[in-house]
Design a protein around this ligand. Structure first.
Ligand SMILES: Cc1cc2nc3c(=O)[nH]c(=O)nc-3n(C[C@H](O)[C@H](O)[C@H](O)COP(=O)(O)OP(=O)(O)OC[C@H]3O[C@@H](n4cnc5c(N)ncnc54)[C@H](O)[C@@H]3O)c2cc1C
Length: 419
């Protein structure tokens, strides 16, 4: 027997691809090596699944710095608003949170997974769980999927939706890259993105600021000439190994790319008071210290930033906690102000790809037809999801990319198999 469409991988991209194919009325098989489908989807968004984002299409694409523009074409078929309608149609009500992020009203990622599984059932999609695929034999008319059990599955169209290499215990172990290469595809450099950063700076090693978060700060990655490569304004967190939190995750890929150029370290700069220019901040502090000369300096500047951060910056500026404002030198004041605006952390590495939220790099998009997700190199072969060289920031952008490319791949794989 030959299937019309076979999807390997039951993550968001593969589930959506199988549904889209079966909706065209073709015999569809989905294979996954996991006990359950949608394992990563079920832990996504801290178990709540940030399933998509409601920002306008332009904005969504801007938040996908890894080849987001490639998605213009698939978006014209199925976009972030279609994802919202799709889930509401399946009975999963969604709600909007900050920055356009969409979550199920129930706050349960499992509801998103279950809705997809119910739809698969409705469409009579054949599912084989706990079935690792070992190899692919590509043919002229049809392809052969070789299972670990050595059983062979024949299919007219094949969709590779096996994800990247991040968080491998969910099943995404990077198996698809070798199959893509076998079909002649280029795999661009793989790297961790949306990943915490590591530092050996003394204050990190000593755990001075461990557990402290800074709200709404500007975090920048500097190049070797101290020029800003990128800046993100969000929250961040000091940890026992370095830096984490939303602003750091967004900056991480730029830091990783700098390090991959061979530099020993890269600088992250934190501006704790991004709304005030350094000069005006200095003038303000100069006048406040003058006006309140009898108070301790610490009391005068209290409230500017969280206390633990303040104490560390005072220490670094060699200002004692009980020092009176009157005794603060201009030099000390300048140094303190400078640290508020330009606190620098040396990063020597990121956590490994296994601990990243997303895999950067993958199957080169130059070899994929954007409005069908078909391989330009092999008949009847399609790609979707994180296996592709497409990666977004956290905020619902990666699942969006997976579902949009999955939808388009599924539809076109079905049509090709019928032709
Ligand atoms: C902790 C965490 C939280 C996240 N939260 C969010 C979020 O809230 N919003 C968001 O947009 N993105 C989020 N992401 C990213 C997002 O989950 C992924 O980008 C997305 O799941 C990728 O979908 P995919 O279908 O391409 O692959 P995956 O979800 O990785 O699925 C791949 C599937 O292929 C199967 N497979 C692999 N190899 C084989 C093989 N040899 N044989 C058979 N089957 C195989 C695997 O078992 C797996 O089920 C998060 C990621 C992580 C790690």
């Amino acid at each position: 027997m030959t299937y019309e469409v076979t999807v390997i991988g039951g993550g968001p991209s593969g589930l959506m691809a199988a549904i889209a194919a079966a909706e065209q009325g073709v015999k569809t098989l989905l294979i996954d090596k996991g006990k359950k489908l949608g394992t990563k989807l079920a832990i996504s968004g801290g178990g709540r699944c940030n399933v998509t984002n409601r920002l306008p299409e332009e904005e969504v694409i801007k938040h996908i710095p890894g080849n987001g523009k490639f998605l213009y074409s698939p978006f014209s078929v199925f976009n972030n608003y279609d994802i919202i309608d799709f889930f509401e149609g399946l009975g999963v009500a969604l709600k909007e949170e900050d920055h356009g992020r969409m979550f199920p009203v129930s706050n349960k990622a499992k509801d998103v997974v279950q809705a997809l599984l119910n739809r698969m059932d409705e469409l009579n999609i054949e599912v084989r769980r706990q079935t690792p695929v070992e190899a692919i034999h590509y043919g002229e008319e049809e392809h052969e999927v070789i299972l670990k059990s050595q059983e062979k599955v024949r299919t007219k169209s094949l969709i590779l939706a096996v994800g990247g290499k991040a968080v491998p215990h969910t099943g995404s172990t990077g198996d698809g890259y070798a199959w893509a290469k076998k079909a002649g595809h280029t795999i661009t450099d793989l790297f961790p993105t949306e990943v915490p950063l590591l530092s050996k700076d003394a204050f990190i090693k000593n755990k001075t600021l461990q557990g402290l978060s800074l709200r709404n700060v500007n975090v920048s990655v500097l190049n070797q000439k101290d020029k800003k490569i990128v800046t993100h304004r969000m929250d961040m967190l000091f940890t026992h190994f370095g830096l984490s939190g939303p602003a750091i995750l967004r900056c991480s890929q730029y830091a990783v790319k700098e390090l991959r150029k061979g530099h020993r370290s890269v600088t992250i700069e934190i501006d704790a008071l991004p709304d005030e220019k350094e000069n005006s901040l200095l003038e303000r502090l100069q006048s406040e210290t003058k006006d309140q000369a009898k108070k301790t300096f610490r009391n005068v500047v209290k409230g500017l930033v969280p206390e633990r951060y303040l104490d560390y910056l005072l220490d670094e500026s060699e200002i004692e906690n009980d020092e009176k404002s009157a005794n603060i030198s201009n030099q000390q004041l300048r140094s303190f102000t400078h640290l508020l605006k330009h606190f620098q952390v040396n990063i020597y590495d990121s956590q490994p790809i296994e601990k990243a939220f997303v895999t950067g790099g993958g199957v080169s998009i130059k070899e994929i037809v954007p409005n069908t997700m078909q391989s330009k190199l092999m008949n009847g072969l399609y790609f979707c999801g994180e296996i592709l060289d497409i990666h977004g920031y956290t905020g619902g952008y990666n699942i969006t990319s997976a579902m949009v490319t999955g939808r388009v791949a599924g539809m076109h794989a079905a049509w090709e198999s019928m032709g």
